[in-house]
Design a protein around this ligand. Structure first.
Ligand SMILES: *Cc1c(COP(=O)(O)O)cnc(C)c1O
Length: 405
């Protein structure tokens, strides 16, 4: 799954280019930087690689989402529909621009259920934010149709699914904007970083300024830049961009290994007829960072997780239902509005409502789901060993369950 597993000489070389000049900032210092522009180079590479008209690097995936939301004009009073299964960053970004996160159920794609989205639309809804979880994609045709019919913005959180495609187009390039994360456990890493992709010039111009204190970046003298609007500092450094550039050039290599290891492990798991796999709107486009699979009941799933733990083979397997970072069930800090500073009235009311909301449809899916992370460093033998051990643990539990029934 993560690019850090294959960190090496290519990454070191790019960083050394920057260390040679000592110009660690991405803007200005045109003379002393001696033609080294790692951030610009990485932005250009992303545009050509993903077929996006524009791209903007920032300091994290969370910063990318925040910048994209602000640049799309989403703020106070606006509702953003997002899934109950995601990483906390998705709602953090929505709250940070003053908007209201409206969480809705997922389906067996592990992403937004389009019917749940439609039901959640109100006169305040401004944006639908699918999160392409665990390497694979949401049903973008259905979501794009809902957005078109209701005049809503489509913002893709593609932080976990760089390189995945939907019907031939890269995730992150299909909505009004899309966001990537390059944090340490993502497919492409630069320690901390992120990017916004968009085909809309107005959105790009906003992202470019917003992520750098509102600078218009129109002149050669940074000190003389105008500030047509308010911004923040979400800049990436040249050191981070240098690592990201080397990693991005290796994305196809990472994806190829991921797909190969994914196919091999999935084949072994498929021996168990009780296992059902995640449904994927475009299977060809899966980036294969994880295999996500379902057991028939929560009881069986919990017993299998416990058995794998007992046997010391749980590492790399995620039972999100009990996990503090990714699923609504454990987000008490959100549901109880535990904010250090006062939230606005709309946000407070929405979080109170959220605290009263049942997510039984999501629970019924997440309580039966395990995701297995795909490593880039596995050998064929290791995959065989891992798969065989998992299958025997699963079969052992299933056999016991059958006796019990
Ligand atoms: C990682 C991640 C983010 C945030 O990225 P950071 O770079 O860690 O800030 C946002 N959304 C999802 C779904 C993620 O997995």
């Amino acid at each position: 799954m993560p690019g850090f597993e294959l960190f090496g000489d290519a990454e070191r070389k790019e960083v050394n280019d920057v260390l040679q000049t000592g110009i660690l900032m991405r803007y200005g210092f045109d003379g002393p930087r001696k033609g080294i522009w790692k951030s610009k180079e990485l932005e250009q590479l992303m545009c050509s690689k993903f077929g996006s008209a524009y791209s903007q690097l920032v300091s994290s995936g969370t910063a990318a989402l925040t910048t994209a939301l602000a640049s799309l004009g989403i703020g106070a009073g606006d509702e953003v529909i997002m899934p109950s299964f995601t990483f906390v960053a998705s709602f953090e970004a929505v709250l940070s621009v003053g908007a209201v996160p409206v969480l809705v159920d997922i389906d067996e794609t592990l992403t937004l259920n389009p019917e749940a989205v439609e039901k959640a639309i109100t006169s305040k809804t401004k944006c639908v934010m699918p999160v392409h979880m665990c390497g694979s994609m949401a049903d973008l045709d259905a979501l794009a149709k809902i957005c078109r019919e209701n005049n809503l913005i489509l913002l893709e959180d593609a932080c976990q699914s760089i390189g995945a495609t939907y019907k031939g187009k890269f995730l992150g390039t299909i909505g009004d904007a899309g966001c990537f994360s390059f944090d340490f456990v993502k497919t492409v890493t630069c320690a901390e970083g992120g990017a916004i992709l968009t085909n809309r010039k107005d959105v790009y111009t906003n992202c470019d300024g917003y992520s750098d204190h509102g600078h218009d970046h129109l002149g050669v003298d940074r000190g003389a830049d105008l500030h047509p609007f308010l911004g923040y500092n979400f800049r990436i450094s040249e050191l981070h961009a240098a690592v990201g550039l080397a990693q991005m050039r290796r994305l196809d290599e990472f994806l190829e290994i991921q797909k190969r290891n994914h196919t091999a492990l999935k084949k072994i798991l498929s021996e168990v007829p009780e296992i059902k796999f995640r449904s994927i709107p475009d299977p060809q486009g899966d980036s294969c960072t994880f295999i996500s699979w379902f057991l028939p009941t929560e009881t069986i799933t919990r017993a299998i997780v416990a058995e794998m733990k007992e046997q010391g083979i749980l590492a790399g397997n995620f039972y999100w239902f009990d996990n503090n970072w990714h699923y609504i069930r454990k987000w008490d800090h959100l549901k109880l509005s535990k904010s250090l500073n006062p939230l606005n009235e709309n946000q407070k009311q929405a979080l109170d409502r959220l605290n009263q909301t049942s997510f039984s449809a999501s629970d019924a899916i997440m309580s039966r789901c395990v995701s297995t992370a795909i490593s880039l460093t596995w050998t064929e033998d290791q995959i065989k060993e891992k798969g065989t051990k998992m299958v025997s643990a699963i079969k052992k539990v299933l056999a016991k369950q059958q006796v019990a029934f």
